[in-house]
Each structure stands twice: as structure tokens, then as C-alpha cells.
Design a protein around this ligand. Structure first.
Ligand SMILES: [Zn+2]
Length: 415
């Protein structure tokens, strides 16, 4: 019972926050940053849904301005920071090695090699802040002002003599793990993305910065293998991805995207996010905007090449996404390979449930007991012979069959 109770508690504590920093779509001044140019295809136009301008961080395509570029070579400046009241234990590079090269490897796999994530540590030791950790007043959900503004100013001032900020697309701050509460109690890790209020260093705004605190260590012995995953989550915000967990936890998307759950075994991103980040070609996405019935082939999302995403727009703001998830690549916990159907609403803000996975087996309890994985949605996929139906909107997705090479065929009907 004790073990079960602790797993439940962890499940509730998995979230990391996008923070409440300014996420307004300002003009980016970071070197090489900005939205990527999506391959244009008129056929995909109706599927490029967007949110109203009041949405801070939207699932809309294309991503707004101000975020870091998510294709090609991007350079992350990684600094290890400590405080007079929390001096870094041991080597700062040991802290760095908790996250690298795993984070780069994760992005290489997820992006099919389209994101070449470089990182540099021009300051290999701990960068000591002038004030105590306590004085910055950093707590969960803390806004950029005044604590983070001061912290970023102090980081820039301390690093500037040795760092050319113009050389980097975004900043990773790996805070000494002994500053602040345990991640088991409170996850402080946060990203300020597209931040127009950020201090300027070497003529560039430090607009995109991910902060990692503590260690996401559930005590299961998997930390060395899985503890880095908070950084790909935080960097997801730097590239413009919203949080998919809500105040109720991971029940909207489960373990189907690292922006939903970043504790426990590895997971990938949704196909929608891969399109949004520029990791899918126009030819890999099918937009079902006209009434009728048609069959589509889907190849496993984790594998490079082939058709990946079918999208059925419901209006200018939302639609259904359809993709094939299997246990390979970054997807370690898939226990029921099959077709995942989820609703994307670009008008719903980060942390408010912009994506909802449709559960093909409601109240089943799921097919996994992997720690820190939202179990109920683990068997949300549809397998051959099963059909997703939204009778109100007149959308049906039937899984027609699986092919030898691993692809599936779906029949999509739009009334
Ligand atoms: Zn987050």
C-alpha cells in the first residue's frame, strides 16, 4: 500500500510549469531565433488552425514569433548556477552530465535528425550568484518579475565576461540540485519563452531560458536513465510548445507527449507537435477538410519517413489529429500499439488542456503499471476493427488494418 500511495503522489507532482512570464508574441532579437518556415502546401491550409491573440502559448500553426528555431542547428548556452546559501556539491560538469548528451539524443530521435541541438558550457564551473537562493524568492509558478528578472540579470552579469550571448539561440540554467525543495514536493523547473521583458546581453535579448531545479528522482533507481527528461520538456517551451498537463495532472494526454508527462520512462511528442516544430514534411500530413470518405496509410510516428499525421479540422481553431504510436524510438511505454486520436484546440491556452486524447477504452485502468505514467490513457489507441466516432461533428476514424511493414490503414469519414 505504501508503494502504491507514493506512486499516486508522484503522478500528481509530475508537472513542470511554463511559468507566468510574459509570453506575448513580440519580435525576437535572439540570434537566429524565430518561427521556422513551414513547407507551404495549399492543401494543408485549412488544417493550420490558430488561436485568438489572447492565447499566450498556442497549439496553432505556424508558431508565433519570439521562440527559438526548432530545425537545423540550434545552440544552447548551458550554465550551472549556485548560490552562497546553496553551494554546488561536486563538479558543475557532473550536473551538466545529468542532462547531456541525453537531451541532444532525445531531440535527434524525435526530430528524425532535423534538429541538431548543440550545447556549450563556456563556464565549466559553478556560476555563483551574488544573492542567496532565498533572496530571489523563487517558488513554483513565480512570475518573471521580480525574482527571475533579478536572477537572469545576475546570471548575465556574472557570465558576460566569458560568454558571447550572440552565439546562442537559448539559455539552459541548471540550478544546483540543493537549492529549493525536492522535485518530489514541488517542481520549480520553468521556462520563460518568447519573453519580451528579458534582459539584453551582448545586444541580444535573453528571451528564451529554461531553468531546471532539483532532481526528478522518484527513488525507483531510474534517475540516471530518465531524470534528464525535464530538460526536453522545458526546451519544448523554448520552441513554442504549450503544457499539456492541466491542474488535474496528466489526464488529458497521458504519456503520449513529453509536454504532458516528463517523469518516468521515455516518451515522444505528438505528431501535431512534430508538424508544428517543422519535423514533418507537407507530404507527411494529410488534411481532411472536405466531406467524404477516404483511406489513409500511417507509418509509426517514431520511424523516419512516410505518412504520419491525418488532421480533420472542425473549424479555424480546432480539429482531430490521427497518428500511429508504437513502442520504438523515444516511445518506451506504449503497451497497446495503435492509432491515437486526439483533439487539438489552438484557442485553449497552455496548461488549460489544449489537447485531449480520446480514450478508446474508458475506465479500463489502462495497460501499463510503469511508474509516473498516467495509466488510464495508456490503452487509448484504436486497433484494427475499432472505430472512433464523434457523431455530433460527423467525424469517424475506422482502423481498417495493419500491414506487414508496420503501417496501418485508417478510413476517415467526414459528413
Ligand atoms: Zn512545462
Amino acid at each position: 500500500m505504501a508503494a502504491l500511495a507514493s506512486v499516486t503522489a508522484l503522478t500528481l507532482a509530475v508537472s513542470t510549469s511554463a511559468g507566468t512570464g510574459r509570453l506575448t508574441a513580440g519580435t525576437s532579437t535572439a540570434t537566429g531565433a524565430g518561427p521556422i518556415a513551414l513547407p507551404l502546401s495549399p492543401a494543408l491550409g485549412p488544417c493550420m488552425i490558430s488561436g485568438r491573440p489572447t492565447v499566450q502559448m498556442s497549439e496553432g500553426i505556424p508558431t508565433g514569433r519570439g521562440y527559438a528555431r526548432s530545425t537545423g542547428t540550434v545552440r544552447a548556452l548551458t550554465l550551472m548556477v549556485d548560490f552562497p546559501d546553496a553551494p554546488g556539491p561536486g563538479r558543475a560538469l557532473d550536473r551538466f552530465e545529468e542532462f547531456f548528451p541525453q537531451t541532444q539524443e532525445w531531440f535527434r530521435t524525435s526530430s528524425y535528425g532535423r534538429l541538431d541541438y548543440r550545447t556549450e558550457t563556456p563556464i565549466p564551473g559553478w556560476l555563483r550568484m551574488p544573492k542567496s537562493f532565498h533572496e530571489y524568492g523563487i517558488e513554483r509558478g513565480a512570475p518573471f518579475d521580480p525574482g527571475y528578472r533579478q536572477l537572469v540579470r545576475d546570471i548575465v552579469a556574472a557570465a558576460d565576461p566569458q560568454v558571447d550571448f550572440q552565439s546562442y539561440d537559448f539559455l539552459n540554467v541548471l540550478v544546483t540540485p540543493n537549492a529549493g525543495p525536492s522535485a518530489l514536493d514541488t517542481v520549480l523547473s520553468v521556462t520563460f519563452a518568447g519573453n519580451t521583458e528579458a534582459p539584453v546581453a551582448d545586444g541580444v535579448s535573453v528571451a528564451n531560458a529554461s531553468f531546471v531545479y532539483s532532481r526528478q528522482d522518484d527513488g525507483s533507481g531510474s534517475y540516471r536513465r530518465t531524470g534528464y527528461r525535464v530538460l526536453p520538456h522545458e526546451n519544448g517551451h523554448v520552441f513554442g510548445l504549450p503544457d499539456l498537463y492541466t491542474a488535474e495532472g496528466g489526464g488529458a494526454v497521458g504519456h503520449w507527449d513529453i509536454m504532458s508527462e516528463d517523469w518516468g520512462a521515455n516518451n515522444d511528442l505528438l505528431g501535431w507537435h512534430k508538424w508544428k516544430l517543422g519535423w514533418l514534411d507537407a507530404s507527411q500530413v494529410r488534411c481532411v477538410s472536405a466531406p467524404g470518405t477516404a483511406e489513409y496509410s500511417l507509418t509509426p510516428l517514431a520511424r523516419p519517413g512516410g505518412p504520419k499525421l491525418v488532421f480533420v479540422p472542425l473549424d479555424r481553431r480546432s480539429g482531430y489529429a490521427v497518428e500511429l504510436r508504437t513502442r520504438e524510438g523515444n516511445d518506451e511505454t506504449v503497451c497497446r500499439p495503435g492509432v491515437l486520436v486526439y483533439k487539438v484546440d489552438a484557442d485553449v491556452d497552455t496548461g488549460m488542456g489544449p489537447v485531449k486524447v480520446h480514450d478508446s477504452h474508458e475506465d479500463s485502468g489502462g495497460c501499463t503499471r510503469s511508474p509516473n505514467v498516467h495509466a488510464e490513457l495508456s490503452d487509448a489507441t484504436f486497433v484494427p476493427g475499432e472505430e472512433f466516432r464523434d457523431t455530433k461533428r460527423g467525424v469517424r476514424v475506422a482502423v481498417v488494418g495493419a500491414e506487414l511493414a508496420g503501417s496501418y490503414r485508417v478510413r476517415v469519414t467526414r459528413e
